[in-house]
Design a protein around this ligand. Structure first.
Ligand code: FNR
Length: 180
């Protein structure tokens, strides 16, 4: 089965651990799965109905179209202050305004990574709550909560073997889920 997943990386920093996780996914996924990175959510202006009234920013429409055309959306995010980064919330606020709604009914996989022990689990809880309102189809398990990530990424590459194997199993589960 050929599946196409789009990835949304929610850290804007050049040396992002979460971006390193996102970049590792294609080589860990089952055969037949292809990946396309979405544009940076940092390109979106801060949401305002005034801007929306003048027309959706092209970057928002391009992301919405890419999500609509994909078999699944993978969100890879850091945790900021026990929640999701503002840039991700802003992107979701913009995407929520697009019609037809690209995330409704869409298979969504959540991954988070942190140099801390808890791996961004609190951001995942908030993200699940928000995506529930979108009526997204979220994979509940296995969960990818990657703690101690600074010890698992070497020069921008995910090198920790057990994490690589785990993410491979999660992507296999998500592929089955998305194909259903
Ligand atoms: C953090 N960090 C962090 N880590 C965590 O586990 N829980 C948290 O609540 C927070 N809060 C937080 C707030 C802000 C404003 C910053 C800048 C950082 C640390 C964070 O996990 C760390 O900087 C990661 O390296 C960020 O992910 P990327 O950019 O490496 O993908």
């Amino acid at each position: 089965n050929n599946l196409k997943f789009v990835t949304l990386t929610c850290s804007l920093r050049a040396g992002s651990f979460n971006a390193a996780i996102a970049q590792s996914l294609p080589e860990l996924a089952p055969a037949g799965v292809t990946f396309a990175p979405l544009g940076s959510p940092g390109e979106f202006p801060h949401y305002s109905t005034d801007i929306e009234a003048e027309g959706f920013p092209p970057a928002v429409l391009a992301m919405a179209q890419a999500i609509a055309g994909a078999d699944g959306l993978i969100i890879i995010t850091p945790e900021y202050n026990h929640s999701i980064p503002g840039v991700l919330k802003n992107a979701l606020d913009w995407l929520s305004r697009v019609s037809p709604q690209p995330i409704a009914g869409k298979p969504v996989l959540i991954q988070s990574a942190s140099p801390g022990k808890l791996g961004g689990v609190r951001a995942q809880i908030h993200l699940r709550q928000i995506l529930g309102y979108f009526d997204a189809r979220i994979l509940n398990k296995p969960e990818a909560i990657i703690g101690d990530v600074s010890e698992k990424v070497t020069q921008g590459v995910l090198t920790d073997e057990s994490t690589r194997q785990f993410l491979g199993r999660q992507l296999a589960a998500f592929s089955e889920f998305a194909a259903r």
